[in-house]
Design a protein. Structure first.
Length: 441
């Protein structure tokens, strides 16, 4: 394909992709295999100096546009470069080339006129994400339409393109939109040359309406001035048509009956969201892309919780209470002075306690019995002489008994503490028994 003019050094012009009143899009190639898309604006720059109003406005808008790519977004085309062409002195924007069809092509023959509900929700979410990204950095697109949204065949994402209108001055924008803009997608306030964040919201609503209904709310009969004025007045004054009636009318004849019934079950939140985007007054729409995307997220989550829960049969429902109750029954809250230990450890501790109690009882009753037996025997003169010695022996035996008891207590406590420490390390064992250690200390 022959070159019409040189874009800029190092950027080869490979021919026009699309032309229109708001500029033309050319396929460009950087030195090497990199393919890009170049948007040329129709108003030439007479002088590349700050004194030239058009050049100054162009630079100001390009500075705003650069913010779009400060944080990459998969649903927004990457802006690679901008400048003035070497021949013709036309302002241009160089963008990445997105390989794939645009929305206008996806709903044109031989494709179906409408999207499935699943496809609509995906597009609604991703395009709202693109608007959220742009509005968050202060950039208004101003020319959202089917041809400016492409499906990237490599990533599977919908991508918002062509920010050419966003870098025009208000005067250029007003003239361009009045005579060459996509009037079917224009918000009422654009007739006066205004461009607000809500303007993008309105055009977004027209796209959703088109994908759901199979047609835009106010179709253009022809490209004549009268037809354009009729559509603009309809945007300003006429009520929005019923989406469901148009969707039913435009359902593909090749769809099975069951699919047609399912596709007519449009979520009410999606209908309400589309109608709100198409409000005549900007203040009645979503304020910006952030508010719009948040609404989609909230409604989508609520819809999943209410309508997309898995179906289960009666047998599963009967078993479900046990599955829920049993894990709860095995759980016991942590309590003060309570220690968890396994059954074998608990049994060992009980044996130690029983043995300790038996030994203590034997020690307590052994010495008094011997003392009673000694006092019942006849006291001889020799015994009398050794009374003091016997008394000392008894006292010594009692002291030894108390010492043995103290040592046994210490051993028992040490054993219990050791078992408790082991039990704490093995708390992950599922079979547990609660032991109150406050009485044994």
């Amino acid at each position: 394909m022959s070159k019409v003019f040189t874009i800029t050094e190092g950027l080869e012009n490979m021919g026009a992709l699309r032309t229109g009143g708001q500029g033309s899009v050319y396929k460009g190639r950087r030195i090497g295999p990199i393919i890009t898309a170049v948007k040329l604006l129709p108003t030439p720059i007479q002088s590349e100096s700050p004194d030239d109003k058009n050049y100054r406005n162009f630079l100001n808008e390009v500075d705003k546009l650069k913010k779009v790519n400060e944080i990459p977004n998969p649903n927004v085309v990457k802006i690679l470069n901008s400048g003035i062409t070497e021949s013709g002195a036309f302002p241009f924007i160089e963008m990445e080339f997105i390989e794939g069809p645009d929305l206008g092509e996806l709903i044109s023959p031989p494709n179906d006129k409408i999207f499935t509900l699943k496809q609509v929700v995906k597009l609604a979410d991703q395009l709202a994400c693109a608007l959220e990204h742009c509005h968050n950095v202060g950039v208004k697109h101003g020319d959202i339409k089917s041809n400016n949204v492409k499906f990237n065949v490599h990533s599977g994402n919908y991508v918002l393109l062509d920010f050419g209108l966003s870098i025009m001055s208000d005067e250029e924008r007003r003239s361009s939109m009045r005579h060459a803009g996509a009037i079917e997608f224009m918000a009422p306030e654009q007739n006066e040359g205004k461009m607000l964040p809500q303007t993008d919201i309105y055009s977004y609503g027209v796209i959703l309406f088109e994908l759901l209904a199979g047609t835009v709310p106010f179709p253009l009969a022809d490209n004549g001035e009268t037809a354009r004025n009729t559509v603009m007045i309809a945007h300003m004054e006429s009520p929005v048509p019923d989406i469901l009636k148009l969707r039913k009318k435009n359902l593909p004849t090749g769809w099975p009956k069951k699919q047609k019934e399912q596709e007519m079950d449009v979520p009410q939140w999606l209908l309400n969201l589309t109608y709100k985007c198409l409000e005549k007054l900007p203040e009645n729409r979503y304020a910006n892309g952030m508010e719009l995307h948040e609404a989609i997220i909230q409604h989508s989550i609520a819809n999943i919780k209410l309508n997309d829960s898995p179906m289960v049969d009666g047998a599963v429902l009967q078993q479900e209470p046990q599955a829920v109750v049993e894990p709860v029954a095995t759980y016991q809250p942590e309590q003060r002075n309570m220690v968890r230990m396994s059954k074998p450890v608990f049994a060992l501790l009980m044996l130690l306690l029983v043995g300790f109690m038996g030994y203590t009882g034997y020690s307590l009753f052994k010495n008094p019995a011997n003392q009673n037996n000694t006092t019942l025997n006849p006291v001889t003169d020799t015994a009398a002489r050794h009374t003091d010695s016997i008394t000392k022996d008894l006292l010594k035996n009692q002291a030894l008994s108390r010492e043995r008891k103290r040592i046994a207590d210490s051993i028992t406590r040490a054993t219990i503490n050791e078992e408790i420490q082991k039990a704490k390390k093995n708390q992950h064992q599922p079979d547990t028994t609660m032991v109150d250690t406050s009485d044994t200390q």
